[in-house]
Design a protein around this ligand. Structure first.
Ligand code: AMP
Ligand code: MG
Length: 435
């Protein structure tokens, strides 16, 4: 008797998987007005246009004296101080053959064409001022509108707001900002071996039991990406309960994210449960760590069916009324972490309307040897050293979470490539991926 093994699905490239995944991520409906104070990390829902110029008028960038250059032809002459202009007040036109005492941020009086810093002036016993160095035209003057012109788009729709952008928004008088609503994400872990820290002390852990670590970093990563997270714990290991949990979560969430149970051939309840409520694609992605990955959709109000539902398509307008996205990450902690950063992060950013979801990478010198070329594209955990090169964490196993804590980024190593000291490699800092 001959047995035929089921044909292995070909591996798909990361770029292909990402493009397909992003095709499903249509922008969420729903705009919120939030205080500019609370908008850090949120995504702007419409262009922010300035109704005024910044600075509003020419002003001094130094404490000193506002002068008319033509009055300083005779460098030995002292000029009287005709007025004093502090920040927040506005002066009068500068009387000829006089100077104005002026402070940083104060408006330049009409007729003045330069500021001389006080360190370059001698104040005479009678209070008049002699300028030691004749200033250049416009010296120490910050020009009106040099930061923002009236009508300029200062921040664009789809931009993720940073502390600096909040300051810029405030500088044009915006106390509230229109942002895309937060994605609602339900988080589940799968695996009978999992125990929650705090439930069982280390000395009483049964053989085979491990603590649920993925739940902690996945929740933190989701929060950093602006999501409203429902942490729904460990999915019960029964088909009916799993279906109920997923169906319930699909009613109120944009995305259901699970970890574990997506390896090929694994006996688990997530796969058939998602398939019975909608559609599930299991992908084998040509990356290391993190080969298995699942994307699916659960229709809202889905009744459990024996046959798989319709194939995946972009959910209408990213509206939760159309159903929920489903993403299943591999269970190995490093695989889970890395696939989240490479695939789930851009997916969640695109749901929020971010236009540019690719992390920036840089080329850096490798100060290590990597002699095991792999057929898959690898993401090696590395750390920058003081010499400006990269060091490799010794154990690159997908279960060794210490590598991610030790490292400060990933080397994106193409398939089939070894690395020798001195080679230039592509480095993606975690600062690009965790922000
Ligand atoms: P799986 O993808 O379910 O086959 O799991 C692969 C490996 O990851 C197994 O060794 C699991 O015990 C481990 N694993 C799965 N889920 C978690 C989790 N939430 N926390 C820590 N390890 C996990
Ligand atoms: Mg498992």
């Amino acid at each position: 008797m001959t047995t035929t093994r089921p044909a292995q699905k070909p591996l798909r490239s990361l770029d292909e998987a990402l493009a397909q995944l992003l095709g499903y991520a249509t922008e969420l409906h729903g705009v919120e007005q939030v205080s500019t104070f609370d908008a850090d990390g949120r995504v702007l829902a419409q262009d922010l246009v300035s109704a005024l110029q910044v600075p509003p008028q020419d002003n001094s960038s130094m404490d000193g004296y506002a002068v008319r250059g033509a009055d300083l032809a005779d460098s030995s002459q002292s000029l009287p101080v005709s007025q004093r202009i502090a920040a927040g007040s506005s002066g009068e036109a500068l009387a000829s053959m006089s100077v104005a005492r002026i402070f940083t941020g104060a408006p330049i009086p009409q007729g003045a064409d330069a500021v001389v810093m006080q360190e370059d002036c001698d104040v005479q016993p009678d209070g008049s001022v002699r300028v030691q160095i004749v200033p250049q035209l416009g010296q120490w003057i910050r020009r009106a509108g040099e930061d923002v012109t009236r009508g300029a788009v200062v921040l664009t729709k789809g931009e993720r707001l940073t502390p600096a952008s909040l300051g810029l928004a405030a500088s044009i008088g915006a106390s509230q900002l229109a942002v895309v609503r937060r994605p609602k994400v339900a988080l589940f872990s799968t695996g009978d071996e999992l125990v929650m820290p705090g439930e069982v002390p280390p000395e009483h852990m049964k053989p085979g039991a491990i603590y649920n670590s993925n739940r902690f970093f996945l929740k933190a990563l989701l929060v950093r990406l602006g999501c409203e997270v429902s942490d729904l714990g460990i999915v019960p290991d029964q088909r009916a309960a799993t279906i109920d949990a997923l169906r319930g979560a699909a009613e109120h969430h944009d995305l259901i994210l699970t970890s574990g149970g997506v390896s090929v051939g694994e006996e688990d309840h997530i796969k058939p449960a998602v398939q019975s409520l909608g559609h599930l694609d299991l992908w084998q992605i040509a990356i290391k760590p993190g080969k298995p990955f699942a994307y699916g959709q659960i229709a809202q109000g889905a009744a459990s069916a024996s046959a798989s539902g319709p194939a995946c398509a972009p959910l209408a307008g990213g509206d939760s009324a159309a159903g929920a996205h489903f993403i299943g990450l591999p269970g190995n902690p490093v695989s889970s972490f890395v696939t989240f950063l490479l695939l789930v992060r851009p997916f969640l950013l695109k749901l929020q309307g971010v236009l540019d979801v690719a992390p920036n990478s840089v080329t850096v010198r490798a100060d290590f040897t990597w002699s095991r070329a792999d057929k898959r594209r690898e993401f090696l955990r590395v750390r920058r050293n003081v010499a400006g090169g990269l060091e490799l964490f010794t154990n690159q196993s997908s279960g060794v979470l210490t590598s991610v804590v030790w490292g400060d980024g990933l080397v994106d190593n193409p398939p089939g490539c070894t690395i020798a000291p001195g080679d230039v490699v592509r480095f993606i800092p975690f600062s690009e991926l965790l922000a």
